[in-house]
Design a protein around this ligand. Structure first.
Ligand code: AVJ
Length: 318
């Protein structure tokens, strides 16, 4: 079966990779956006990360969705349209689907139309009675849901602690935006990684096999390949550190020695030990996330966590 996605008319005006790299490497604290991790190689490395013994979030969240699936499903209205914001792999959705027997439609939203349609087609093949209506859109901007969903109750799904990649003020704005997109009366299911001891967090982002290091370093490989960069990969190391003050894991690429690096026609100077901040992954307590959701205009309904208190799944209502 061929699925035709809806394209949101709000055209994303994403600045080019080169502009972002130039701006990021010109700042006092050099930075690169984590959104550039996910080219084909980076997406595969991320899949490998989710299977690492040290990286607890994916398997813990799946455990919660499996164990609490019936409770989560009971909370959502029958005949709802489930809108997933940024629909990576459908692994988590599939766990939830087993319990959502009265779902009217599944609406995956993603910027990558090609990926979206491929996922939608295999999902339709596996769940022939499910209406799948993909939307090609950047969920960090306003977009409209397809007309065909008019009148259906809506539920949003935002798993994976993807919300942790946003600065807290951005995360709040994002949840408020989801509320506007879904409309009043909507529910929202959000997966959020929890604050814990620094050791557990730092090992999760700096695994023994070096997969996360390779994932981080892939940014430099991309710059070399796509932007005529001259990064010497051997001259940088991976670092993950929990910044408790800011409640976030930070990933950095650390220059071993002082060096100049050309990227196209620009040159960027590095001091020995200077870092490029490549990712922040914010961690919340149940209370700090609840407060954030409420500031964004949602009513907080319920939270489920695993027995070790590693990860949380929250239910919200508008
Ligand atoms: C996809 C943003 C949830 O922050 O844990 C994993 C990305 N970075 N290991 C996370 C990531 C390094 C991941 N998120």
């Amino acid at each position: 079966m061929t699925i035709n996605p809806t394209f949101s008319d709000a055209t994303p005006v994403a600045p080019a990779f080169l502009d972002d790299v130039r701006a990021g490497l010109s700042r006092p604290q050099k930075t690169l956006s984590p959104k550039y991790f996910y080219d084909a190689a980076g997406s595969e490395l991320f899949e490998a990360i989710t299977r690492l013994p040290e990286y607890y979030p994916t398997r813990t969240e799946i455990g919660i969705l499996d164990g609490r699936g019936p409770e989560i499903a009971a909370l959502l209205p029958a005949g709802a349209a489930l809108v997933e914001f940024g629909s990576g792999s459908t692994v988590k959705l599939r766990r939830l689907l087993r319990h959502l027997d009265k779902l009217a439609a599944y609406v995956p939203v993603d910027v990558s139309g090609e990926f979206l349609c491929a996922q939608a087609e295999t999902l339709s093949a596996d769940f022939p009675h499910l209406r799948v209506e993909p939307v090609v859109a950047d969920f960090t901007r306003d977009f409209d849901l397809p007309e065909s969903l008019a009148g259906l109750p809506r539920a949003g799904f935002f798993p994976g602690s993807t919300i942790g990649n946003f600065e807290p003020e951005e995360a709040e704005a994002l949840l408020a935006r989801f509320g506007r997109i879904l409309g009043s009366g909507a529910h929202m299911i959000v997966g959020v990684d929890l604050v814990k001891d620094a050791k557990t967090l730092e090992t999760a982002y700096d695994d023994a096999a070096g997969v996360t290091a390779a994932f981080n370093m892939n940014l430099l490989t991309r710059i070399n390949r796509e932007l005529a960069g001259r990064f010497d990969l051997g001259a940088f190391t991976h670092r993950a550190v929990f910044n408790r003050q800011a409640s976030r894991i930070e990933m950095h690429l650390v220059a071993r020695d002082a060096q100049d690096v050309a990227v196209g026609s620009d040159t960027f100077a590095f001091a020995a030990g200077e870092t490029i901040h490549t990712e922040s992954s914010y961690k919340y307590t149940v209370e700090t996330f609840r407060a954030l959701a409420e500031r964004a205009g949602w009513r907080w309904i319920q939270v489920w966590t695993d027995a070790d208190g590693l990860f949380s799944v929250h239910a919200l209502r508008l």
